[in-house]
Design a protein around this ligand. Structure first.
Ligand SMILES: O=c1ccn([C@@H]2O[C@H](COP(=O)(O)OP(=O)(O)O[C@H]3O[C@@H](CO)[C@H](O)[C@H]3O)[C@@H](O)[C@H]2O)c(=O)[nH]1
Ligand code: MN
Length: 395
């Protein structure tokens, strides 16, 4: 093929088409996929269905789907009651997983996957076979940039992930690897190679991701401020990671993206993404990886009920005053040279230092260990084969 044809073919093939899965937790219809079709259709979906099992999910006409073709599929993880029928827009290849599947696939280890909370989405990260994950909520629509052009959020996340981060020294002109930017005077040349990017954290126009108290005080506040910036969150700084519009490199940080024990039967909710973000940031700092935040924006279309949210968040708002100092002072030994080892070390520290805050953290520490066991069960190291009891052994 002539180089110009190859270039055209290359240009025509969406970036990372066969290396990225899209994870969507849902308790609603999937009409929103229609507006994302131009950007999402070439990619594989992982949809986690939650909520009332009898409710039929309404989907746009003209879409169809295939089930359980594992090699070339979009995996749908159905949370909530497995008896619920999910229909998904035609034209998207995906696989549907419901609670029965989670139990079947993980057996007793399914206990670490939350039920009736968007935290269940992390099962999709675990069953994916791709290098990259993009996760988006089903009430997040395509936003427009100041020129009125539709924003391809997925494309921007991919750019963020494929370019380095600068966690060790802050560049005041933000992301130096973007077109039209660079390192500013005084930026050490020895640091300009940057670090591999593990996470790309996008933002939201319209309904901002506020906690319940803020939402109650400012019910009409909408975010209309489009800031054209991507920046690396400096090493040693934590951040409140929102799972609404988030992408990450599964190979670099996947096992740290456990969204915790939330929702049904748990004393806390809406801290799933926060917990994952704090664990992730401690580990990316330790392993010399980068986390970026900023572009892309999505349009967050609806606010959830602040009173329901307050009930879910109450313990979290109180406990986080202990959790943040814990994560700020968490340190990992140099022998912890893989994400799994880092995560298991963190689980030990959670039990030792947070167990006295509330018994919940002992349960959470256990589920962190179960999560890693389940992750390794489904993602045996290259060259190893999974065995019946879920432990991998080398070939
Ligand atoms: O029991 C549930 C509830 C919701 N979902 C799906 O999860 C996402 C987020 O739900 P929703 O948009 O209603 O909630 P928000 O308050 O806007 O979401 C923020 O809170 C975080 C949840 O911890 C979330 O990531 C933030 O964006 C939707 O796709 C629901 O369909 C669910 O699966 N199970
Ligand atoms: Mn929402």
């Amino acid at each position: 093929m002539a180089s110009s044809d190859a270039a055209a073919a290359q240009a025509a093939t969406p970036l990372l088409k066969d290396e990225l899965d899209i994870v969507i937790p849902t308790i609603r219809n999937l009409d929103f996929l229609e507006m994302w079709r131009p950007f999402f259709q070439p990619y594989h979906l992982i949809i986690v269905q939650d909520g009332d099992p009898k409710k039929t999910i309404r989907v746009p006409e003209g879409f169809d789907y295939e089930l359980y073709n594992r090699d070339d599929i979009n995996i749908i993880v159905q949370d909530g009651d497995p008896k619920k029928t999910i229909r998904v827009p035609e034209g998207f290849d995906y696989e549907l997983y419901n609670r029965d599947d989670i139990n079947r696939i993980l057996g007793p280890r399914a206990s670490c996957i939350s039920f009736k909370d968007s935290a269940c989405r992390c099962f999709g990260y675990m069953v994916s076979k791709k290098k990259y994950i993009y996760t988006i909520d089903d009430d997040c629509f395509v936003a427009k940039d100041p020129s009125g052009k539709d924003i391809n959020a997925l494309e921007q996340h991919i750019k963020n992930l494929l370019s380095p981060s600068t966690p060790f020294f802050f560049n005041t002109l933000y992301d130096p690897y973007r077109d039209g930017a660079d390192f500013v005077r005084g930026y050490p040349f020895s640091l300009r190679e940057g670090a591999p990017t593990a996470v790309s954290h996008g933002l939201w126009l319209n309904i901002p991701d506020y906690d319940a108290p803020t939402q109650l005080v400012k019910p009409l506040e909408r975010n209309s401020r489009y800031v054209d910036a991507v920046m690396t969150i400096p090493k040693g700084t934590l951040f409140p990671m929102c799972g609404m519009n988030l992408a990450f490199d599964r190979d670099l940080i996947g096992p740290a993206m456990y969204f915790g024990l939330m929702g049904d039967g748990q004393p806390i909710g809406r801290y799933d993404d926060m917990w994952a973000g704090w664990c992730t940031k401690v580990i990316t700092d330790h392993l010399g990886l980068g986390v970026k935040t900023g572009l892309p924006y999505i349009w967050h279309s609806k606010a959830s009920n602040p009173f329901v949210n307050l009930k879910k968040e109450y313990n979290g708002i109180f406990w986080q005053e202990e959790l943040i100092p814990f994560f700020q002072s968490a340190s990992l030994p140099k022998e912890a040279d893989t994400v799994q080892k880092c995560y298991l070390e963190l689980a030990k520290q959670v039990r030792a230092k947070l167990g006295k805050v509330d018994g919940y953290f002992n349960k959470l520490a256990d589920s962190m260990v179960t999560w890693i066991e389940a992750w390794d069960q489904l993602n045996p190291p290259k060259g190893a084969v999974a065995t019946a009891n879920g432990t991998a052994k080398s070939k």
